[in-house]
Ligand binder design. Structure first.
Ligand code: AKB
Length: 321
């Protein structure tokens, strides 16, 4: 493998934390530059190069690209669905202006490849809800969804017009134990495990029967690395690919958790995130990703639940909970 230097923008979030670890394993810690608006204190972030960077600060982006000359960028910094609804103007600025700044810096500094995640939030109330296909009606009605839809159009545009090798997938809700979820509508599916282990109960902010598409984090990281390492000609869709793992409702997830923690109790108090969830698909069809670059998920719902509990239980046991 020729010498690669990777820059991750927004490295300390739910995806970034796990992606940084995987990319360090792949390219060597010294060759993976993490960056975020803040630097966490934990030892992991002290191990490799780290830059404190706001993606809206174009001078800082230029400084970092000049310093490290990255060959690949993973641009993850964004406001997620629930947070962007609370601050729509900032949602647009961070998600769109940030993307344009990264596009332009990538072109200026000759970055070979750019990854930018889209989301199932690109779909809306008039999208087919079941097995949502790659190409269909897309009428997102959240700020986050509108920015992801617009971003997808621009990814394709920059690839076709300027030859920038941008690759993207539409993440469903992501579940992992290494980092907290932050600001999304699907966050309940992470919080529920922590609360079940800590307190034996969880109050869910979505209704019991809200079905949403989800993916376990090891599969999300695999999909991200698979698409970014696929031959350019195999990445035929340059907006963003549907990818799918499994779907469940809060009620069905709680039933699975009860198999491991029999006394677990769930209650429901839907909040404004319910409206967002109701506008999204219930399940996703991902035939193009499977055909074009060999995407395949390893985890189903049962395997995900077992693995989450296996990895989180010792953490709470060691804290005396
Ligand atoms: C969110 O809930 O906002 C995200 C997403 C589905 O993109 N997890």
């Amino acid at each position: 493998m020729s010498k690669e230097t990777v820059l991750i923008i927004g490295s300390c979030g739910q995806v970034g934390t796990e992606l940084t670890e995987s990319l360090r394993n792949l390219y060597g810690t010294a060759n993976v530059v993490a960056s975020d608006i803040r630097k966490p204190e934990s030892a992991f972030w002290q191990e490799g190069p780290f830059e404190i960077m706001d993606v809206l600060d174009t001078a800082k982006i230029a400084e970092v690209l000049k310093k490290y000359q990255p060959t690949q960028i993973y641009h993850l910094a964004a406001l997620l669905s629930a947070t962007a609804e609370k601050n729509p103007k900032l949602g647009w600025r961070l998600n769109m202006d940030g993307l344009f700044y990264v596009f332009d810096a990538a072109l200026e500094f000759g970055v070979k490849r750019l990854f930018w995640p889209s989301s199932i939030a690109v779909f809306g109330p008039n999208t087919p809800k079941l097995n949502t296909p790659q190409h269909c009606i897309m009428d997102p009605n959240t700020v986050y969804g509108i920015t992801k839809q617009t971003g997808e159009r621009y990814c394709e545009y920059y690839q076709k017009r300027y030859g920038l090798d941008v690759r993207s997938i539409r993440y469903p809700g992501l579940i992992g134990y290494k980092a907290d979820a932050g600001g999304g509508t699907t966050d309940y599916a992470v919080e529920i495990f922590h609360e079940a282990l800590k307190h034996g109960k969880y109050e869910c902010f979505l209704k019991d029967n809200t079905s949403l598409p989800m993916l376990y984090m090891p599969d999300a990281i695999k999909a991200t690395l698979d698409i970014t390492h696929a031959a350019a000609e195999d990445v035929k869709i340059r907006s963003s690919y549907n990818i799918s793992g499994f779907s469940f409702t809060p009620e069905s997830l709680a039933e699975k958790i009860k198999k491991h923690i029999p006394n677990f109790e769930i209650t429901y108090r839907p909040d404004p995130r319910q409206v967002i969830a109701d506008s999204w698909p219930q399940s996703i069809e991902d035939i193009e990703a499977r055909k074009d670059w060999g995407w395949k998920n390893d985890y189903d719902l049962d395997a995900m639940v077992a693995d989450m509990i296996k990895n989180l239980a010792p953490r709470y046991k060691s804290q005396g909970i």
